[in-house]
Ligand binder design. Structure first.
Ligand SMILES: [Zn+2]
Length: 336
């Protein structure tokens, strides 16, 4: 369990510690920003810091006191962590009712009671509504930290009752130094970081999950789909077998890069730096409108899949949408 902030989070950390020292922390914080920056770990580290009996001069938990021992054993009575019971599932209303009840009890150690809600956007409407009252009239000395990579998916009434801490992508050298420690000898660290949009923890996850392995095959599949007698079912199966979230991630990354290549005369900054030639060749066969429509389809597919759409059919539709974008550009060229 990480009990201290990551190197790139020290600015946010120090600001919150100063506010804490001045007793001006709000009752509810919304830790928001892209995935892979360590916001969840930050929330946990900050909770540990507030409960520790002997934090260091920067406010970091000591790791050795009674409170820290309880905290590390996940048994500190004044800290509650909520997250979806299963990956991809909602945070249920019962989980939030438990929070509301917990907050109504007095603190065991006479200090602050803390709740961290990870992936807060996963709260269903009932769960979010149950939390509202606690956010409006927080009982006594409490701190609620809602963590999200998709703040727009939270109810506006929830968002407006929290003070936002907006996490940005770290400076490249901080991210590179950290990755060098955690991926020693990794030659592709710079590429992984670029592919992860600069998010270090996401880059580390890419390396561990070997998501680079299917990356080339997915690019080839985009090219293969344009052949006159392309086997579209086979391509759809490849997209399905590569793991739908991974496929969607790379397709979005490729389309974003193709749009960048299409729109800028100067060499643009793209994520898939090692594939620029292939992407340029592919992009030249599409029109701007077609690429944009396909990007919309990808975003739509992501929404549908969160709503339990059939993955196989969704991938079939996407392959067809990619072909349609290509046909659109051909028709435009023919009529020009
Ligand atoms: Zn401690």
């Amino acid at each position: 369990m990480v009990l201290q902030p990551y190197p790139w989070q020290l600015g946010y950390w120090n600001t919150l510690q100063q506010r804490r020292a001045m007793q001006s922390l709000p009752h509810a914080l919304l830790l928001e920003g892209p995935e892979g920056l360590g916001k969840s770990e930050f929330a946990v580290a900050f909770a540990a810091s507030m409960l520790c009996h002997h934090p260091d001069t920067q406010g970091r938990a000591c790791g050795g006191c009674e409170a820290c021992h309880l905290f590390k054993a996940h048994t500190h009575p004044d800290f509650k962590l909520i997250e979806p019971a299963e990956k991809g599932k909602a945070i249920a209303v019962d989980q939030i009712r438990e929070v509301v009840h917990y907050l109504s009890l007095s603190s065991h150690h006479g200090g602050v009671k803390i709740v961290a809600i990870q992936q807060a956007e996963a709260m269903n409407v009932n769960a979010a509504n149950s939390l509202l009252k606690s956010l409006e009239e927080p009982p006594g000395n409490t701190l609620m930290m809602l963590v999200t990579g998709r703040p727009a998916s939270l109810l506006p009434t929830i968002r407006s009752r929290c003070q936002s801490v907006l996490f940005g992508v770290p400076e490249a050298h901080l991210a590179r130094d950290w990755l060098a420690i955690h991926l020693p000898g990794e030659e592709d660290a710079g590429l992984l970081l670029a592919l992860a949009n600069g998010a270090p923890i996401k880059a580390l996850g890419f390396a561990q999950d070997k998501v680079l392995d299917c990356r080339e095959a997915l690019l080839r599949s985009l090219e293969d789909a344009l052949r006159p007698r392309a086997d579209l079912l086979k391509l759809s199966k490849l997209w399905l077998d590569s793991g739908v979230p991974v496929t969607l991630y790379w397709l979005q990354s490729y389309v974003a890069d193709m749009l960048r290549l299409k729109l800028t005369l100067q060499p643009p900054v793209i994520n898939n730096t090692d594939m620029v030639e292939s992407l340029r060749k592919l992009e030249s066969q599409f029109c701007y409108q077609g690429l944009l429509e396909f990007a919309d389809k990808l975003a739509e597919a992501q929404r549908y899949l969160r709503g339990n759409a059939n993955p196989r059919m969704t991938m079939d539709d996407l392959v067809l949408a990619w072909r349609e974008a290509y046909t659109l550009a051909k028709a435009k060229r023919a009529s020009a």
